[in-house]
Design a protein. Structure first.
Lengths: 162, 786
């Protein structure tokens, strides 16, 4: 067992992990942050996407030990301070961008990273970015719409702030 | 002006809040005090005799609590089948034992052999590597045609590997043969409906827990129908009476059919948790799901369609080999028979139909219903054959369909395949699809593509499906071992809020929102006053669950029945409060009034009076305001529609690009348009996946070589276009109170033939008449260049 410490959703956390413990296992099993899901065992589905030091990453593809000292954000850290849905989360509800909800945390985390990097993505850019996130329910139609809508809101907020 | 509440409103989904904030509670998110973990050692060969299993070293490994094999489970039942089909010779189908853990033989890669239960999953997994299994391999039966032609038998009961040989409608056989022999033209097509893996994003999971103080078992499981699991597992496998067995299906991450069935792992954790006196959790990983979740489709079919000079359909003859896999899954036998043969009339007036279906055991994962179940197979064979017929007859494929459509004035329409369509208008949905897809402009677009060296094609398909499953008397006569009604309790709480307990289960369909809209509409109250409870046998009176696009048509109707009983009783209470006669009380907008007076009583006052009955008609009514109803449908419902797909094929590479996809559906009345459209999008994606990308591929030894998301091509976002979806053509269902038909499977049924027809249309000038799904670039290129 090895001791690891990291910051998750703004809180300092630590725990003892086996060398083989994945970040997603540490989040789900040690921290009970079960919003991050495991949908495959080949790093294909993207249900476990979280942010590590600001970048989206599949939490099944990192060892917990490798995240010692990192800043991690999960879906549980995406709501506004008052508990209301953040802009991207709200866009997913408004545009029916989810059905069973299982891929949703990964989709939201992935979308958030996309919009940090590209504030006004085209439909094609969104579809290409989501290559690593599989949804079996929505056919992606409304996920694309949700991300476009979130981009518009975030751009409006950015302009208002200027 | 769109409504913002009730039926017809695109209410935002209330369940989304927990899913979007990581607060959903899926089965694997649950952990029970003292929980142990199960890891299942599965067969890595497809067919073999087990000579011995040595669990000694595994049992002694660190953290191991116990190792189980079938020898520990003697006296338990096998995993049961819920539907019996009768062979053409009058015998019941062959129904071999499906043991919880393999006993004596393994019959597919993935067949469970032993289970290690340990303090942690890692310890269980490590210990499983120490188990020694001695297996003598037998020849694997993978190809259906060889399996039934002298292949080694999987089961003693079925020496020829045939589960049943079914004819329908047997009385039509001679007349169909005669019509085909004498017809002006007969179009023949042989095709494969490729085997699919449902792959809901949440892998299956089961937690068993036993309370020795109350002698109660609890099973938490990823199920579309917890009451059905309780019934099958309690009555047929473990002999646990219902009052001592609670089944909970919390948030479930998609199902698409694969989570209908009772699986061996559920029985194992329920039984073994009592043996150990500790809860046991088993969570499938994805590789395991590929070899243990029931798979879908897998038909090989020959179709013959006879026509007169004008293209009028005279007779249809089909013969199908349907793969059952190694064992009979819960509803497997009904999929290629009653869910398939009864839909072979499609949207058309074909007077004579005969089909023969041979169900075959093979050394593959069991096959059962997957989104659409039997109806996609029927639609695909019909709509592909009609397209081929149109080309052979020199008739436009849309026109050929129109000539044969059942007409709006022909309802109710009794087909020659035992079902009666209650309503529909197939010309209307075709007109709508043709308009949205701008079929008139296709020739110009094709020329433009040709100028760029691309081959453009347009494909059309009509579909009909039988949903709202199903009238119990009818399915009982056809072999079902369960009724297919639905149950609902509506409880008005003392302060007027409402709890609805429904046997329908939501695993993505949005019932918590849609059902609340239905109740709010009927009671004139705010949706926020209504709570929808599902997924727990201890909270809900009974239920048959969610599949076959039945939730709103059957489950919603049960809710409506209960609401109507509530209103009737509430009116009597209100009449007493207003000192009026029951007959004079009116109920509207959540308020009771007496016609022609200014007397009014609010909903909340009636609710409170029901529970604080100081001033109450005790002589005629009981206190309380709660009603339970069971709704057994009078008929199936028949959603139908027309789909049009436009593609461009690169002749250099065989790559197909979907340019546009139009779906015009008639779902009857629609409660939440946003949710209905989402259901269609998802169905289209799965149907397009089948047509373009997906296929469960076994090698000759029975290894599933497409057993991960790296090998099995599920549609990704950049494989699909945005869709044009329309549900404005409405012919309400005539026999349920909401006039609804169901929308969950339509997209997966209508889209494969539309897409394949489009590709074949694009390649027609190269002499291509058919390509089997999935239309990979390799297959398309080979078809063009053969």
């Amino acid at each position: 067992m090895t001791s690891v410490s990291m910051t998750v959703n703004g809180k300092a956390v630590s725990g003892d992990v086996e060398g083989r413990t994945l970040l997603v296992q540490f989040l789900r099993e040690d921290l009970s942050l079960t919003g991050t899901h495991v949908g495959c065992d080949t790093s294909q589905c993207g249900a476990c996407v979280v942010h590590v030091n600001g970048e989206s990453v599949k939490a099944c593809s990192l060892l917990a030990m490798a995240c010692d000292g990192a800043e991690v954000t999960t879906i549980e850290g995406m709501a506004n301070a008052d508990g209301s849905l953040g802009v991207i989360q709200q866009a997913f509800q408004d545009h029916h961008g989810l059905q069973c909800g299982f891929c949703t945390p990964g989709m939201v985390m992935s979308a958030a990273d996309l919009l940090q990097k590209n504030g006004s993505p085209t439909e094609g850019e969104i579809r290409e970015w989501l290559e690593g996130n599989i949804c079996r329910c929505t056919g992606y139609h409304n996920i694309v719409k949700s991300i476009q809508a979130a981009a518009a809101v975030l751009n409006g907020q950015a302009q208002a702030a200027e | 002006m769109p409504k913002d509440q009730g039926i017809g409103a695109s209410s935002k989904r209330r369940e989304d809040i927990r899913f979007l904030t990581g607060k959903g509670q899926y089965t694997d998110d649950l952990n029970r005090p003292g929980q142990t973990y199960a890891y299942i050692l599965r067969s890595n060969v497809a067919h073999g005799a087990i000579n011995g299993i040595d669990t000694g070293a595994a049992s002694a490994a660190p953290g191991v609590v116990r190792v189980f094999t079938s020898a520990d489970m003697e006296g338990l039942g096998g995993v049961p089948c819920g539907w019996q089909v009768t062979d053409k010779n009058g015998d019941p189908m062959k129904e071999p034992m499906h043991p919880i853990l393999a006993a004596g033989k393994v019959r597919h890669v993935g067949d469970p052999i032993a289970v290690v239960v340990a303090e942690s999953l890692n310890e269980a997994r490590d210990a499983a590597e120490l188990i020694e299994v001695d297996i003598s391999e037998l020849p694997a039966q993978i190809d259906m045609a060889s399996a039934i032609s002298g292949g080694a038998a999987l089961h003693e009961e079925a020496p020829d590997n045939i589960c049943f040989d079914w004819e329908f409608v047997a009385e039509n056989k001679a007349a169909v043969d005669e019509a085909i022999a004498g017809a002006h033209h007969v179009t023949t097509l042989e095709l494969t409906n490729n085997r699919l893996v449902a792959n809901p994003m949440e892998p299956r999971c089961a937690i068993g827990e036993y309370n020795s103080a109350t002698e109660e078992h609890t099973l938490y499981t990823t199920s579309q129908n917890p009451h059905v699991i309780r019934l099958l597992m309690g009555a047929f496998v473990l002999s646990i009476p219902e009052h001592k067995l609670r089944v909970v299906a919390p948030d479930v991450g998609g199902g698409f059919g694969s989570k209908i069935y009772h699986y061996a792992e559920e029985a194992f954790v329920t039984w073994a948790s009592k043996q150990l006196g500790r809860p046991i959790k088993w969570t499938s990983d994805r590789s395991e799901a590929f070899v243990s979740d029931a798979q879908g489709r897998d038909h090989v079919t020959k179709v013959e369609l006879a026509m007169d000079e004008q293209g009028k359909f005279l007779a249809l003859r089909c013969s199908t080999l349907a793969n059952m896999g190694a064992y009979l899954s819960t509803f497997a036998p009904c999929v290629p028979t009653w869910l398939h043969g009864t839909l072979l009339a499609g949207n058309y007036t074909t007077p004579l139909i005969f089909t023969n279906v041979k169900a075959v055991f093979t050394n593959t994962v069991p096959v059962d219903a997957y989104r659409g179940a039997g109806r996609p197979e029927a639609t695909y064979q019909l709509e592909r054959t009609i397209d081929k017929a149109a080309r052979e007859m020199g008739i436009d494929p849309i026109e050929l369909r129109r000539r044969n459509f059942i007409q709006p004035d022909q309802y109710p329409y009794a087909t020659p395949v035992a079902v009666e369509y209650d309503s529909g208008n197939y010309t209307a949905t075709m007109d709508k699809a043709v308009e949205i897809a701008n079929v008139a402009g296709f020739a110009g677009r094709k020329a433009e593509s040709a100028a760029r060296g691309k081959l453009r094609g347009l494909g059309v398909a009509s579909y009909i499906e039988a949903c709202g499953i199903a009238p119990s008397t009818l399915v009982g006569a056809l072999g079902a071992r369960a009724g297919l009604y639905e149950a609902a309790t509506v409880r008005v709480n003392p302060t007027g809020s409402i709890s609805v307990m429904t046997g329908s289960h939501s695993h993505g369909q949005g019932h918590e929102t849609t059902f609340a809209q239905v109740v709010a509409d009927r009671l004139g109250c705010d949706e926020s006053q209504i709570d929808i409870v599902h997924g727990d046998t201890s909270k809900i009176p009974f239920g048959m669950g969610t599949y076959g696009s039945r939730s709103l048509a059957v489950g919603g109707s049960a809710i409506v029945k209960s609401v109507d009983k509530i209103v009737a009783k509430a009116k009597k209470i209100a009449a007493h409060l207003m000192e009026a006669s029951d007959a004079d009380v009116e109920f509207a907008n959540g308020e009771f009034s007496v016609a022609g007076t200014d007397k009014k009583v609010a909903w909340g006052d009636v609710a409170l009076t029901a529970y604080v009955p100081h001033n109450f008609p005790h002589e005629t009514l009981e206190p309380g305001l709660e009603e339970t109803s069971f709704y057994d449908p009078a008929n199936f419902t028949y959603p139908a529609g027309a789909y049009i797909c436009e593609v461009e094929v690169d002749p250099e590479t065989g790559v197909v690009e979907i340019l546009d996809f139009t779906a015009a559906d008639d779902f009857g009345n629609v409660v939440n348009p946003m949710i209905v459209e989402g259901q269609v999008h998802g169905g289209l994606a799965q149907g397009i996946g089948q047509a373009m990308l997906e296929g469960a591929v076994y090698d000759a030894d029975g290894q599933l070589i497409s057993a991960s998301f790296m090998d099995y091509a599920m549609p990704r976002a950049d494989d699909l276009p945005s869709f044009a979806v329309d549900h404005s053509s409405v012919t309400p269902c005539t026999h349920n109170p909401l006039g609804v038909k169901g929308c969950g499977e339509a997209g997966a049924i209508g889209s494969p033939p539309a897409l394949v027809n489009a590709v074949v249309d694009a390649l027609a000038e190269r002499g291509v008449t058919h390509i089997d799904m999935p239309l990979t670039p390799k297959r398309v290129w080979e078809a063009m260049n053969s």
